[in-house]
Design a protein around this ligand. Structure first.
Ligand SMILES: [Zn+2]
Length: 260
């Protein structure tokens, strides 16, 4: 992991909201990087300072009402979001700090807004989000499956299935290596108009078959399935029916699979 990656993940790491793979990678990076460790320590100090009870002040009822009314439209708070003390001053302070420190990665707020039900999906979501940052989407950029597939050779202990689905409206854009639950996996990058679809795959025990599942995580659609000893996870912000269509096209051999 490089400093740029670590920087993006430090806040989520501080809040213990990363998947196991990312969390281990950040911890590992910090052992070797004094700069990121210092940054993390500064965040941790600030985090602790903002948790001081003296920062909480009760707003007047009138102000509470106005605040609630004015934010009700823009924000739909989760049912338990109301706190016994009005977080007005804290929200203002947090907003200031957020502008100061979190300027940029809006996705951090997404990651912080809830915990993924499942560590594996959490890894995929953070990988997908990270991939959308510049320079992280693809290690090999090619619309040609005959270029993308050999690129993985020698980098993984398995050969990913690479298909060209451009006839189905999902052109291949490239691929990259990523990590899920601490293991290296192949990611194929497809496009749907201006949207990105990341397709993760890695081998599972032969015979391990899990039913296809569709989930919404942090505003992304995530479809998981297994097929012929391979675990697949497709994730994208395209609408759910488009992603289902993509999965179907991949499963149906709609494209031409490249033989080993
Ligand atoms: Zn660093």
């Amino acid at each position: 992991m490089m400093c740029d990656d670590a920087k993006l993940l430090l806040h989520a790491y501080l809040d213990d909201e990363l998947g196991a793979g990312d969390s281990a990678a950040v911890a590992h990076h910090m052992r070797e990087c004094p700069a990121c460790t210092a940054r993390f320590d500064a965040y941790a100090t600030l985090h602790k300072a903002l948790s001081q009870p003296e920062l909480y002040h009760r707003a007047s009822d009138a102000l509470r009402q106005r605040w609630t009314a004015s934010t009700a439209v823009a924000v739909t708070p989760p049912p338990r979001a109301r706190r016994p003390r009005t977080p007005l001053s804290v929200a203002a302070a947090a907003g200031f700090v957020a502008a100061l420190l979190l300027s940029g990665p809006a996705w951090l707020h997404l990651l912080r807004s809830g915990r993924a039900a499942d560590a594996l999906v959490a890894d995929v979501v953070s990988g997908h989000v990270r991939s959308l940052q510049q320079q992280h989407l693809m290690d090999v950029v090619s619309t040609n499956q005959h270029t993308v597939k050999p690129w993985f050779e020698g980098k993984l202990d398995f050969a990913p299935r690479v298909k060209d689905l451009s006839d189905e409206g999902f052109p291949l854009a490239g691929g990259r290596l990523d990590a899920v639950e601490g293991r290296s996996v192949a990611v194929l990058v497809y496009k749907r108009r201006l949207h990105v679809i990341n397709l993760y795959q890695w081998p599972v025990e032969t015979g391990a078959v899990s039913p296809q599942t569709v989930a919404q995580e942090h505003g992304y659609t995530v479809i998981r399935w297994t097929d012929a000893g391979m675990q697949y996870i497709a994730i994208s912000d395209v609408n759910e029916s488009d992603l289902r269509q993509f999965v179907l096209a991949f499963q149906n051999d709609g494209g031409t699979a490249v033989a080993r």
